[in-house]
Design a protein around this ligand. Structure first.
Ligand code: GDP
Length: 365
């Protein structure tokens, strides 16, 4: 599943947002692959198509895709103090696919700002430096490992050491990895080093309750947008406090509450949608009497690899996939109706799975 790490200065609303996430959260029992950890919140990816499919299929259960939000605030705190980072934290970092950086944009005299005054530009710069420090530690650990490999004549290790050397120089100038111009070869190599400053960023601009539905008009949010434009990042205005309130409500109350506030979608759902877009993720479905289930894959994923997200045996023994588009499935009242019209295709190893495909895999065991 998709992993997103949350970072930000103290007192910007991270815990408030994270509490909203855990309250809105899915029962982790249904997601055995998810990490059970107080620093991890699991949220379902909203998708109206699941319910629509279930109406036709009548499965025993519906299983939405999930996103794991990881609170990695502690990582930043450790880095700034020059403390060594725990292995647990480092493994959390390696797992995250993207970073949500919470930036304070709300004015509230009752909530102290650690730097005295709200200034998104300075705040973002501060966290960026913290992330660079954390990456430095990752790089140092890797460099230490490379020494021995180079001594034994490993050419690849030598090349990697050179790339890391170049990176450290940039880090020293306060430049994060995603703003360094690397060649494709270098980038590929760096992907395996799991650097935080190489991960896609979504800025969650935390606005006040009064601005929950029109955060874009807030001058601080606009500053964040300016910064984000330069680094191809996304900005999602949210009001963490309202998100926490929404998370407390039952489904039907939720809609009424959001309508009163002029919200069509919760900030959490907007964050998830933004992460999907930023990372180029799409959804395919499996639909049977036992369950209707959503699966998350990257765009351009071929059928065997898509099957592999369900089980590695499915990928290894992949023979063919039976595929029908969501629209065709719905218009024809299910698989059999779609089959009658010749809308169910048999696809092979080279088939590129499309968003909304309903897949049935055939495989050898
Ligand atoms: P953290 O240190 O980043 O985890 O920040 P917290 O989530 O603990 O929030 C710090 C303070 O800001 C708390 O008193 C929150 O109630 C308050 N706060 C968080 N989000 C909002 C918001 O959207 N509006 C207002 N007015 N206060 C907020």
């Amino acid at each position: 599943s998709l992993h997103v790490g949350i970072v930000g200065l103290p007192n910007v609303g991270k815990s408030t947002l994270f509490n909203a996430i855990t309250k809105a959260g899915a029962e982790s029992a249904n997601y055995p692959f998810c990490t059970i950890d107080p620093n991890v919140g699991i949220v379902q990816v909203p998708d109206f198509r699941l319910k629509a499919l279930a109406k036709i299929v009548n499965p025993q259960q519906i299983v939405p895709a999930v996103v794991e939000f990881v609170d990695i605030a502690g990582l930043v705190r450790g880095a700034s103090k020059g403390e060594g980072l725990g292995n647990q934290f480092l493994s959390h970092i390696r797992e995250v696919d993207a970073i949500v950086h919470v930036v304070r944009c709300f004015e509230d005299d009752n909530v102290v700002h650690v730097e005295g005054k709200i200034d998104p530009e300075r705040d973002i710069e501060t966290i960026r430096m913290e992330l660079i420090l954390a990456d430095m530690e990752t790089v140092y650990r890797r460099q230490a490992k490379l020494v021995g490999m180079i001594k034994s004549g490993d050419k690849k290790a030598k090349f990697e050491a050179e790339v890391l050397e170049k990176l450290v120089k940039k880090f020293d100038q306060g430049i994060p990895a995603n703003l360094v111009g690397f060649s494709e070869e270098e980038k590929e190599l760096l992907n395996s080093v799991s650097l935080l400053t190489l991960k896609p960023v979504i800025y969650a601009a935390n606005v006040s309750e009064a601005e929950a539905s029109n955060g874009e008009n807030n001058a601080n949010v606009q500053k964040v947008q300016e910064i984000a434009r330069l680094e191809n990042a996304e900005v999602i205005p949210v009001c963490a406090k309202i998100e926490a309130e929404i998370a407390e409500l039952e489904e039907d109350e939720k809609e009424i509450f959001m309508e009163e506030l002029g919200l069509t979608e919760s900030g959490l759902d907007r964050l998830i949608r933004s992460a999907f877009k930023l990372l180029g993720l799409i959804t395919f479905f499996t639909a049977g009497p036992k369950e209707v289930k959503a699966w998350t894959i990257c765009r351009e994923t071929k059928a065997p690899q898509a099957a592999g997200t369900i089980h590695s045996d499915f990928e290894r023994g992949f023979i063919r996939a039976e595929v029908v588009k969501y629209e065709h499935f719905m218009e024809n009242n299910g698989l059999n109706g779609a089959k009658d019209k010749g809308l169910v295709r048999l696809e092979g190893k080279e088939y590129v799975v499309q968003d909304g495909d309903i897949m049935h895999f055939r495989f050898n065991v």
